[in-house]
Design a protein. Structure first.
Length: 420
């Protein structure tokens, strides 16, 4: 029975967590506890850890964790299969963010299975398609250069620059606010809320962030209903697909998911890439060179090498993959960064190779739920590389820095002090 997003009800899923709750059909030899997103090996060097999964784990295993037990898929082929078959792997109830059961809503479009999902994408896809985002190019370049002025000023004053707070986080948040039609003075608050929601150690902290985001976004939606403009919040707030206006929970669930999907992912991507450019002068020189001739190849390979997030699903009907039985209601995570390191598809996967044969990368997933902001994110990354490398071609991590990653579903260094 498909869910009715206009009249949402909290799903009736039981959380299955810990070694006492392993279903009897799971073969003992496939049970693991790999510490994804929070174990010490993951937090020490997350992308090396994703590569090692292929050396140490079977292609599909059952991970037992206090945060929830679930199947992990690490092979490129298996992730493609799962992501392309929503009839087996559903998005309903697959999102981990807490919500008030008395004021429930679905995250749209991510929690809506096809065919209903298309109705929502149709509202905003024209803005997020390649031609739509191309129109933002001048604006993004301007925002990048405004921040670069501040970056250079900070460096002149202090001899260093903390990349994540000076550029990596504010740039995508600024662009996001422009697109959404929200005021720029919310920039630093949005950064703070996004970090609290996605990298808290407790569900209480996540719920607190969610509460603050909710109050703000509901206010913004009410304003845009009263006074429409051409930003995305207004477009969603006033949408009437097939002549039927969206309900309040649909509008809120859509705008709120854009906040969740469109901020931390982009800044984590920038922070990862800049960390590695700062550490590797040869990679930097080659990147500067290749940005002149093949910017799109550069962007695609960097997105493969430092992809930042995962796809969660719930098994919709019993299915067998690689001889492993998965039962209705069980949770699955497609480990996208691991799929991007599958050595059968991307030989020598940790190497950045701008001339790799073109293959589907999974940074943005594939299938009906492939990232709505993928073209925007690619454009932002391209412009940031072009503008930064033009003005600051040589930079390195401040000596003595310990790079820290926080637990969470989006992978990126917490702080990145640079010098040049
Ligand atoms: C480098 C940056 C980004 C990365 C790595 C990324 C990654 C992803 C991934 C992996 C998914 C699929 C999740 C799943 O299958 O469960 C997704 C979906 C989505 N992303 Fe992104 N994203 C990025 C930027 C953005 C931006 C800038 C926006 C919007 C402003 C955005 C909006 C969305 C939306 C709305 C969805 C849900 C699509 C659907 O369900 O049809 N993302 N993203």
């Amino acid at each position: 029975m498909p869910i009715d997003a206009a009249n949402p009800v909290p799903p009736n899923f039981q959380r299955v967590a810990g070694p006492d709750q392993i279903p009897p059909h799971v073969p003992k030899e496939l049970i693991r506890s790999v510490g994804l997103t929070m174990g010490p090996d993951f937090l020490a060097a997350p992308h090396d850890y994703m590569k090692k999964l292929h050396d140490e784990q079977p292609p599909i295993y059952y991970d037992v964790s206090p945060m929830g037990n679930m199947w992990h898929f690490i092979k490129h082929e298996d992730c493609l299969f799962g992501l392309r078959h929503p009839e087996f792997f559903s998005n309903e109830g697959a999102t981990p963010f807490p919500r008030d059961p008395n004021d429930y809503f679905y995250f749209i479009p991510i929690e809506i299975d096809p065919p209903h999902h298309r109705k929502y994408r149709n509202i905003v896809d024209p803005l997020f398609c390649p031609a739509g985002v191309k129109q933002l190019e001048g604006l993004i370049r301007q925002r990048a250069n405004d921040l670069l002025d501040e970056v250079e000023a900070e460096h002149a004053r202090t001899g260093e620059c903390e990349f994540t707070t000076a550029f990596g986080r504010p740039l995508p948040v600024s662009v996001f606010l422009d697109i959404m039609g929200l005021p720029q003075d919310m920039r630093d608050t949005f950064v703070e809320w996004a970090v609290q929601l996605l990298h808290s150690n407790t569900r209480e902290d996540m719920a607190d962030a969610m509460q603050k985001i909710t109050v703000y976004l509901k206010g913004a939606i009410a304003e845009k209903k009263a006074k429409p403009d051409d930003g995305v919040v207004s477009l969603i707030a006033n949408a009437a697909p097939d002549g039927v206006p969206l309900s309040d929970p649909e509008i809120f669930g859509f705008v709120c998911f854009l906040f969740i999907g469109g901020l931390d992912t982009v800044f984590a991507t920038l922070n990862n890439i800049w960390l590695h450019l700062a550490r590797d002068p040869e990679l930097r020189a080659e990147t500067i060179n290749r940005m002149e001739t093949d910017p799109d190849k550069v962007v695609e390979e960097l997105l493969r090498r430092w992809s930042v997030t995962f796809s969660g699903r719930v098994v919709e009907q019993d299915v067998e993959v690689r001889g492993v039985q998965l039962k209705k209601g069980e949770r699955v995570t497609f480990i996208l960064p691991a799929a991007n390191f599958d050595p059968e598809v991307f030989p020598d996967p940790l190497k950045v190779d701008y001339d790799r044969p073109r293959k589907t990368i999974l940074a943005f997933t594939v299938g009906v739920h492939s990232c709505m902001g993928g073209h925007l994110a690619r454009l932002e990354l391209k412009i940031c590389l072009q503008e930064w490398l033009k003005r600051i071609p040589n930079f390195s991590v401040k000596p003595g820095t310990h790079i820290e990653y926080r637990p969470g579903g989006v992978i990126g260094p917490e702080f990145l002090p640079l010098t040049w």
